[in-house]
Design a protein around this ligand. Structure first.
Ligand SMILES: Cc1cc2nc3c(=O)[nH]c(=O)nc-3n(C[C@H](O)[C@H](O)[C@H](O)COP(=O)(O)OP(=O)(O)OC[C@H]3O[C@@H](n4cnc5c(N)ncnc54)[C@H](O)[C@@H]3O)c2cc1C
Length: 326
């Protein structure tokens, strides 16, 4: 039998309907739309003023904050599951690969380009920070066969000695628990459809979304002709998975990797400096004039903002650029 959709729209119990009790709606200012609100919430600004701390808010408390200059909104909560730390491995002097195991009979598929929140109690307060899951390795033969992917989740995380969250995460022992949220993010895999040239610009741990993108692009996009990664770091010691990247580029001729260092030793004969028009215009050459191109960029906010400006100057359209931000 056909599943005929209801003719009534919005659906009878949809939040889009004004409740019979009379939920009052306020019209938006002229020229404003829901997108302005979405952009603001995704901008990375600390809108709560809580610097990542979580606080319990009761309905009674929420009701008190209903004035123009003191207005709280409850949007939606994230669902957290407790995951167990299975292994922790040094990747560079300050970055580690964490492997967490999901609780039994649960499933967590984080789509490519999306992140989750990790949560830990720190001195009596619950702290959450966003992290982008990676594959366990860039090279399939390095994948641990006894760890099927849907039971384990991997993170490449840089430890900041004076940071709020990462030193605590680093202090966890194997077998300890971390809470992991459901995924969030606005990257759409449809961006890869018919893609021919893929450019990835990453700085430091901004490399993390590029891991799954690289794995996916090189195995699942038949139209792909070229992938170029430009990876910005301070020194050679900061480069995450350098030898894996070099091996992958050797194995798959569609991949080129270029490392750019801002503080190299004098013997370094690769590219030097920060993101700049000169570096990008030389690197971002399309295969063909009309080839379908995507440029993904991720790193510290000033890096990403500068990069996006330069990409526009180089005539890449909005649709051809995806920047990863909170
Ligand atoms: C969508 C998204 C995905 C991310 N994915 C990853 C990932 O996969 N891997 C990863 O490693 N990181 C990732 N991050 C970054 C991560 O969320 C944290 O910001 C990072 O781990 C630092 O957390 P922290 O609490 O340890 O350090 P923080 O307390 O935030 O401090 C970080 C550094 O800044 C310094 N600092 C803090 N406050 C100030 C101040 N007021 N003035 C000057 N210096 C200051 C600290 O001393 C420290 O050196 C991601 C961020 C976003 C937005």
């Amino acid at each position: 039998m056909l599943n005929v959709p209801s003719q009534s729209f919005p659906a009878p119990r949809s939040q889009q309907r004004v409740a019979s009790g009379g939920r009052s709606k306020v019209p938006l200012k002229q020229g404003r739309s829901l997108m302005d609100w979405i952009r603001l919430t995704k901008s990375g600004k600390d809108l709560t003023g809580l610097k990542g701390r979580l606080i319990e808010v009761t309905e009674e408390e929420l009701k008190k904050h209903n004035k123009k200059d003191d207005c709280w909104i409850c949007i939606r909560g994230l669902y957290y599951r407790k995951c167990q730390l299975i292994s922790k491995e040094d990747v560079t002097h300050d970055t580690r690969l964490f492997c967490l195991m999901l609780p039994p009979s649960t499933h967590l598929q984080v789509p490519i380009g999306q992140h989750v929140y990790l949560k830990l109690p720190i001195t009596g307060t619950e702290i959450v920070k966003p992290y982008t899951p990676v594959s366990g390795s860039l090279l399939s033969e390095f994948k641990e066969p006894v760890l099927p992917n849907n039971k384990y989740i991997y993170f490449l995380i840089k430890i900041y000695p004076t940071g709020l969250f990462t030193p605590e995460l680093d202090r966890l022992q194997i077998g300890d628990f971390v809470s992991v949220s459901s995924p969030e993010g606005n990257f759409k895999i449809s961006k890869f459809q018919e893609l021919e040239d893929l450019f990835l610009l990453a700085a430091g741990t901004g490399f993390t979304p590029m891991v799954k993108i690289l794995n996916y692009a090189l195995t699942d996009i038949p139209s792909l002709r070229k992938v170029k990664l430009m990876f910005f770091n301070k020194t050679e010691d900061d480069i995450i998975w350098r030898s894996q990247l070099e091996k992958l580029a050797f194995k798959d001729k569609r991949l080129d990797v270029e490392f750019v260092l801002s503080a190299p030793i004098s013997e370094w004969n690769g590219k030097q400096g920060h993101i700049s028009p000169a570096l990008l215009s030389e690197f971002l050459k399309r295969n063909l004039d009309k080839s379908k191109v995507l440029v993904c960029i991720c790193g510290p906010v000033p890096f990403t903002e500068q990069g996006v400006r330069l990409l526009h100057d180089l005539n890449f359209s909005k649709n051809e650029i995806h920047s990863f931000t909170a």
